[in-house]
Design a protein around this ligand. Sequence first.
Ligand code: FES
Length: 579
Amino acid sequence: MTKKDPPAGNPALRSREWFGTSDRNGFMHRSWMKNQGTPNRAFDGRPVIGICNTWSELTPCNAHLRGIAEAVKLGVIENGGFPVEFPVMSLGETLLRPTAMLFRNLVSMDVEESIRANPIDGVVLLCGCDKTTPALVMGAASCDLPTIVVSGGPMLNGKFRGRDIGSGTNLFSMSEEHRAGTLSAQAFLEAEAGMSRSAGHCMTMGTASTMACLIEAMGLSLPQNGAIPAVDSRRTLLARDSGFRIVDMVREDLRLSKVLDRRSFENAIRINAAIGGSTNAVIHLLAIAGRTRIPLDLADFDRIGRHVPLLADLMPAGRYLMEDFYYAGGLPALIAELGELVDGSAATVTGRSLAQNIEGTVNWNPEVIRPRANPVVKDAGIAVLRGNLAPNGALIKPAAATPALLKHRGRAVVFEGLQDFRTRIDDPALDVDADCILVMRNVGLRGFPGMPEVGNMPLPRKLLESGVRDMVRISDARMSGTAYGTVILHVAPEASLGGPLALVRNGDFIEIDMENGRLHLDVSEEELDRRRKDWTPPPRKATRGYEGLFLDHVMQPDTGADFDFLVGQSGAEARENAH
Ligand code: FES
């Protein structure tokens, strides 16, 4: 440790380890920063606020975050802090191959080590596109500094020939119409231009909006972070207010661990049901809970969220979009409608409770945010299914499914992976009818690898042409939060680890019974044992580099898909100086 002068400012600030000495190292730490025009007063003991930015032109949903960062900086400076913006790897859902999920844990490591290795007293996390939010929160949680999240906000409503269209949701539906021959190529191209017409992330209640809302629900952002459109000036104001607030949070030593507790996660589960949130939230909440060592398991989602009503009438489960949600009152109005279903005593970054934060909130549009007496769906929470096909659980989002298919027995049509599915799904000779169950395996975390969002398999063209629009589909993959259908996901253990999904054969019968949480492969135990003995694992997909690390250490989706060695916290104590 370096020799230190009596530090100016708060001696407890970890940034004083870098900037609070008058020796050679203090010279070095300050002098190089001064090449950016930084004045001496920046080093007088004021809180140093890191602004962790996932800006990237390859992540279109986050491409405006440099502007948001400037607003955060203004707020930090207004309140006497010293802002320092730093980049971390960004993850864009639409461009990254094979799937952004493969890199969520990598980004969390980037965030954790960037925070811990630098002279930062508090951190503002700038995120937006799906995986950027959980990745940043996971990394920050393992450091446990004062932390506040600023989401980039959703895009404005998509527009197409006089009506609203939603990111992802209408991509999927219009793609099926195009394949069925009921939507022209010209119309399809027009929709492409009208769907994404402003800065921001998907404006359906997909994973990005879900995570932004759940971060607000857990108290990790200022109120209204979940829904303000990216280009609404109130988003810029929220960023500026967040910059102002984080400086006070450092002064109050209001660390992330003082905000998050079991109540935060229970609220997030209930609110996820009430907003019709993404199934991906299950994996991300489990991973964040793992970093904070707050007990949470898959059964909690069923037990706590299952009978919560869907109140937000938003795509993909409903009709409206995030812009409408914000104008109706946003998440505070929805929380107010939920009443005693939400634990208002939970802490938030404002220093006030969740209930105090929403005092005086009004629901301006009960069509968009339904009152509890008139929900979109009565029991909307994500359901956990178990049985001999998914001993460690599988998920279904009932609000996005066809009710008549939630209790169903059907003949399995099995695909060995994504390539096999793409090759055969539109084959006129494929032996499939509307009552069949499409099964795809080897698309899990290790099997693919990365567990891509392919669980909402497109339907066979010949069935689309005959008017079929939904079928039961089962896989060890994930599904985009913007997608819909009777889709059973996250089957664990996954097939490439020898989970029972690997043993299903064409023609087997499968039973689902959502009400009773059952997913059953109707094949005798003796026959399954025989098949198990014959089963050989698929070849490992990578031997080196990050993918090799991923295959060696990723946990299964029922425990959050984090790396086994990243669970927990290492804190943010300043490391020994080696200069
Ligand atoms: Fe980024 Fe949907 S692609 S949020």
